[in-house]
Design a protein around this ligand. Structure first.
Ligand code: NI
Length: 158
């Protein structure tokens, strides 16, 4: 496993649409492991492949609960319910936080790393994370949809 370089604010790749994964091969498995390691290294709750420079529809999420890291390949949001303001940040926008409107619930379908198609009904943080990461796969970043006047810069504590 390896830590990959994060693509940061201003990098044009973040605006590009990622392509579907057709075969879950060794290269994808290594990408997934590296993405999880990179997300953990920077204490993120989610990461999309585009953020490490790979335009493939792969996301990883870890809410640091008993579920452990969740890997979603070719995720699609098939239903959303409700909307609320959530505090949000992104590993591609270090130290910047803002409020964003996100669905309260999402139903998503995805393929897991073993090739099995799954369906999840997510609420709160998980719904927010899925919504944020699927946006990345479509070339959208949270900064484009923040609620005006809510942006804050917070330096990390030593
Ligand atoms: Ni992000």
């Amino acid at each position: 496993m390896a830590i990959r370089n994060l693509r940061l604010e201003g990098d044009e790749i973040l605006k590009k649409k990622s392509r579907e994964v057709e075969t879950i091969d060794e290269k994808i498995q290594i990408l997934i492991d590296d993405m999880i390691e990179t997300m953990h290294k920077y204490n993120g709750v989610g990461l999309a492949a585009v953020q490490v420079g790979v335009l493939k529809r792969v996301i990883v999420i870890d809410l640091y609960d008993d579920k452990g890291p969740i890997v979603m390949i070719n995720p699609i949001i098939i239903k959303t319910k409700g909307e609320h303001e959530m505090d949000e940040g992104c590993l591609s926008f270090p130290n910047q936080f803002a409020k964003v409107m996100r669905p309260e619930e999402v139903v998503a379908e995805y393929t897991d790393r073993n090739g099995k198609r799954m369906r999840v009904k997510a609420k709160e943080l998980l719904a927010q994370a899925i919504s944020h990461e699927v946006d990345h796969l479509n070339g959208e970043v949270f900064m484009d949809k923040i609620i005006p006047g809510t942006l804050e810069y917070i330096e990390p504590e030593e």
